[in-house]
Design a protein around this ligand. Structure first.
Ligand code: ATP
Ligand code: MG
Length: 488
């Protein structure tokens, strides 16, 4: 193990700036010092419950102060934390508990039914109300090589894999982000994305490492999120594109206060019309690219490039390197291939999956499975996931490109594209659209719109109208579930 240690993040923060606000909710505001005290108590209770250093413990909870206390408390004890997605089924939870060799599951009341039949030691949130304490040895410092958290991939191909995230991965992620976005004294980050996902967890860590408050919301709600920007001093918000569209809709003709400085947009392709709408409303959007395996954003586009590099995910954060490989050879500018990233935020690998680890990480480079290209100035353009690529008559079609065109239609509010099997072409693209409220458009009109903007082979062969698109807990479109909608 490396000898690099950083003082226990929250404990250190409570020592350095005890009175600064750590968390704001509708009900309360908590300083770093009182959060630290609550976490010490929680750690002692967990110690009473038999949790020890190096145990692996799973958390299945909704965003709450309780969840935050639990996340920190496990670090105070020196346990490894598995963050379970709140949308998992019992079977999936069971698999992740056993795969990670979790010795306990900490959960809240909303999940009691779903975990009822699972054999594992369970600690329900309400158990803490009267749980005694046994003083534990608080970890005074975190070794950067030690595993901090495990998050499972959603398992697009095969069984989900546990992504190992070390203290160092998270540390460097927070550092890399601040070297790019800067750190302002009055910064305040809205946390309305799930804490079990890297987008949410990384906000929590930045808050503690930077010494800035978060406004904590259980789930994303556009009106509440905008209210937090207008009245709670939020300066930075992390969103995926569908959340951003909802924010803009709710915003109407208001403008954000000048204190609001960053809309961090990631998680998937950003449709150009959305970026253009943000430009016209002076919303400072930073497009980003990153993933669970890179402990959040690794590439970010600064707003000064939002016009000249519209649609680009930007350049790497300072500690990160990127390159594009095509058929084993370094791609030239504008030539598309697989995106590779290297740097201190890259996972050390997938838990107990040496095969998957050695095929995704070679010589420190993570093979992301995403396709993209760099322009001559080194700006990254992400095209799509390799696994979502539609190959029709030998031509590559990126669903994201079709979706972007559909979303440019003023009456379409959400869109998804995927390939279906076709005897003649191998695969053909099909589209799923959700119309804006109380609107009516014909398939003919939509196809006409596509025909004007897409090469013939990229125009969807069928257009399905749907009430909702399949999205995961992070609000990301799950394209592989689109096909199931046809059967329905
Ligand atoms: P899983 O790996 O479990 O199937 P996932 O890849 O969606 O799920 P995340 O790690 O949260 O889980 O998401 C990272 C992925 O999101 C990237 O690999 C990429 O495919 C996509 N993505 C992220 N940012 C962008 C972006 N700016 N443009 C296009 N796609 C992006
Ligand atoms: Mg992935």
């Amino acid at each position: 193990m490396s000898t690099i240690e950083i003082p226990n993040w929250l404990q250190n923060r409570a020592y350095l700036t005890p009175n600064r606000i750590a968390i704001k909710t509708d009900e309360e505001e908590i300083s770093f010092l009182s959060l630290h005290k609550r976490v010490v108590k929680r750690a002692n209770q967990l110690s009473y419950a038999g949790i020890k250093k190096d145990d692996v413990v799973s958390i299945l909870m909704n965003n709450s102060i309780n969840m935050i206390e639990t996340i920190h408390a496990l670090k105070y004890i020196g346990a490894v934390t598995v963050l379970l997605n709140s949308r998992l089924t019992s079977k999936e939870i069971e698999f992740q508990l056993s795969d990670s060799e979790s010795t306990a599951l900490i959960t809240d009341h909303s999940f009691i039914e779903i975990v009822k039949l699972i054999h594992v030691r369970k600690i329900i949130e309400s158990d803490f109300e009267n749980m005694p304490e046994v003083e534990c040895n608080i970890e005074e410092a975190f070794n950067l090589d030690k595993t901090d958290t495990i998050m499972y991939t959603s398992g697009t191909t095969g069984k989900p894999k546990g992504v190992i995230q070390t203290y160092g991965n998270h540390w460097w992620s927070a550092v890399g982000s601040s070297l790019n976005l800067g750190l302002h004294q009055d910064d305040c980050w809205l946390l309305a994305v799930p804490l079990f996902h890297i987008s949410g967890l990384s906000i929590l860590y930045r808050s503690v490492i930077y010494g800035i408050p978060i406004v904590l919301q259980v789930t994303f709600d556009a009106q509440k999120a905008n209210e937090a920007i207008f009245t709670k001093g939020v300066t930075i918000v992390s969103v995926v594109s569908v959340m951003l569209s909802q924010l803009i809709q709710d915003l109407g003709d208001r403008s954000y206060p000048t204190s609001f400085r960053c809309m961090l947009l990631g998680g998937g392709p950003a449709p150009k019309p959305l970026l253009e709408a943000c430009l016209s409303q002076n919303i400072p959007v930073y497009q980003t690219y990153g993933m669970t395996e890179t402990a959040s954003q690794v590439v970010t586009l600064a707003p000064e490039y939002s016009i000249s590099k519209l649609g680009s995910a930007g350049k790497p954060l300072f500690p990160v390197q990127i390159k594009i490989m095509k058929d084993g050879i370094l791609a030239k500018p504008h030539e598309s291939g697989e995106i590779l990233v290297k740097g201190p935020t890259i996972t050390v690998g997938y838990l107990k999956r040496e095969d998957a680890t050695s095929s995704s990480i070679k010589d420190g480079w993570l093979y992301t499975g995403d396709i993209g290209y760099l322009d001559e100035e080194g700006f990254l353009f992400v095209l799509d996931r390799r696994s979502d690529l539609i190959i029709s008559g030998g031509e590559n079609i990126y669903p994201a490109e079709i979706e972007a065109v559909l979303l440019a239609h003023p009456l379409i509010s959400e869109a998804g594209a995927t390939g279906i099997e076709d005897t003649k072409w191998g695969q053909v693209p099909v589209a799923f659209v959700k119309l804006a409220e109380k609107q009516d458009v014909s398939v003919q009109e939509i196809l006409q719109f596509c025909n004007e903007r897409l090469a013939r082979y990229k125009v969807p062969k069928y257009v399905y109208f749907v009430d909702h698109l399949p999205r995961n807990a992070s609000n990301k479109l799950m394209r592989r579930k689109l096909v199931e909608m046809i059967k329905d």
